[in-house]
Ligand binder design. Structure first.
Ligand SMILES: [Zn+2]
Length: 257
């Protein structure tokens, strides 16, 4: 962790002011204990990320949908809802019950050949997803013991996160977590029935064979990874897919242009 007097992690200005706590993982995703103290991210960057990056990302798929399904309350204590054009999906406060506010027919709802109706939620733009992952990754990296997030190898990532520089060239890995039982932390049965406690997110930071620093993030059923050292995620995706029973896709495959 850095002492006060470091420049801002993103804009590299020492002018400040630095008065705000910064949540690497947004509070709206359920994080209330991993916090960067004032002095690392300046107020201007903090405010920019909150309104211009996190808000648009968190209200659309995949994070918006996960938040609704998991009934994660937002900063104001309200249950989230996710809009997709003219359809709205709402939490009820119970993870097994959702409300769909709709007035069919809709473009967001479509019928499968077997007769089921499926909601096709609107996704956050992949450029914003890439920047959102870089922002979280750099901040969590800054919290790690002996990390050096001010090194020039991270300049491209900080400029992409903060200013959108080359965001349409920054790859990330994306996949679906196949076995949610891995995120189960406790289970018990009481007089009301079974009660499961699940970890809502997990993250990891690692150094790859090339020396690149990689940030991985699992949120409910969504898996992401982004390279903090350069735009390519290929080394990680190929290594991951060799070692695991499920595969991650490159952004370029998941969101064809
Ligand atoms: Zn700043």
């Amino acid at each position: 962790m850095f002492a006060l007097k470091s420049p801002c992690l993103f804009c590299l200005s020492a002018d400040g002011p630095f008065t705000r706590d910064e949540h690497p993982i947004p509070e709206s995703l359920g994080n209330d204990d991993t916090i960067l103290p004032p002095g690392i991210v300046c107020d201007s960057c903090n405010q920019y990320f909150g309104s211009k990056l996190e808000q648009p990302v968190l209200n659309l798929a995949p994070f918006g949908v996960e938040r609704v399904v998991q009934a994660i309350r937002n900063k104001k204590g309200k249950f989230p809802r996710v809009k997709s054009r003219d359809v709205e999906l709402r939490s009820t406060g119970y993870w097994d019950r959702l409300a769909l506010a709709s007035n069919p027919p809709h473009r967001s709802l479509f019928q499968l050949p077997d007769g089921r109706t499926v909601l096709n939620p609107e996704w956050a733009h992949p450029n914003l997803l890439a920047r959102f992952l870089l922002k979280m990754g750099l901040e969590l990296f800054a919290m790690a013991e002996s990390a050096r997030p001010y090194e020039s190898q991270f300049n491209a990532a900080r400029e992409c996160a903060r200013f959108g520089t080359a965001a349409d060239h920054w790859d990330f890995a994306i996949g679906l977590y196949p076995d949610r039982d891995d995120l189960l932390t406790a289970m018990r049965v009481d007089q009301y029935g079974p009660l499961e406690t699940r970890q809502i997110y997990q993250y990891g930071l690692g150094v790859m064979a090339s020396g690149d620093v990689l940030f991985s993030f699992v949120y409910a059923t969504s898996v992401f990874a982004v390279n903090l050292s350069r735009p390519s995620a290929l080394e990680y995706i190929m290594g991951f897919n060799d070692r695991n029973s499920f595969t991650l896709d490159s952004r370029w495959n998941a969101f064809p242009k």
